[in-house]
Design a protein around this ligand. Structure first.
Ligand code: SF4
Length: 155
């Protein structure tokens, strides 16, 4: 059993979380490293509170009280235009002050985001490649998680 918390970008604070939770069940994206038969308990789901991270000091610490061992900074940190400019700060704070491991990403980056970021060039400008490894490793995942695709979830 591994206990995790998920922190999402506040620009997506109304997100239902469907892709993140599907990727936990299917062990896609950043969840591919967990054993298929190892249960994952999500102890909390929170938005960061808005730039530069209003809830950073309180929410991960609360998750730790509920047993979180790892905090995932959700894929929306990287999907937005631009990527979160405070990602490194959030990672450092949670690791060094709260004392929890950080994984950047949740579900695979959907194809529509890959295409748009490639088109506008912001990922390259902002050095996003170092954060994208786990959410772009499986190229099939890009199509599987693209909800703009007319065949989304039809197979
Ligand atoms: S600090 Fe980052 S994660 Fe939070 S709202 Fe701003 S861009 Fe999103």
């Amino acid at each position: 059993m591994v206990k995790i918390g998920i922190m999402i970008c506040d620009r997506n604070r109304t997100c239902t979380g469907n892709k993140c939770f599907k990727s936990i069940i299917d062990r896609d994206g950043a969840f591919a490293e967990y054993e298929e038969n190892e249960p994952i308990e999500v102890v909390g789901w929170m938005a960061c509170g808005g730039c530069p991270g209003e809830r950073l000091e309180s929410a991960p610490a609360d998750m730790k009280k509920f047993g979180a061992e790892v905090i995932h900074l959700a894929s929306c940190y990287l999907a937005g235009y631009p990527i979160c400019p405070y990602l490194e700060d959030h990672k450092n704070y949670i690791e060094k002050v709260v004392g929890l491991r950080i994984k950047v990403g949740t579900h695979p980056m959907p194809r529509n985001y890959l295409n748009t970021h490639d088109h506008i060039g912001d990922w390259k400008r902002d050095g996003a490649a170092k954060w994208l490894t786990e959410v772009t490793r499986d190229t099939g995942g890009a199509d599987k998680y693209d909800s703009t695709n007319p065949n989304f979830l039809k197979k």
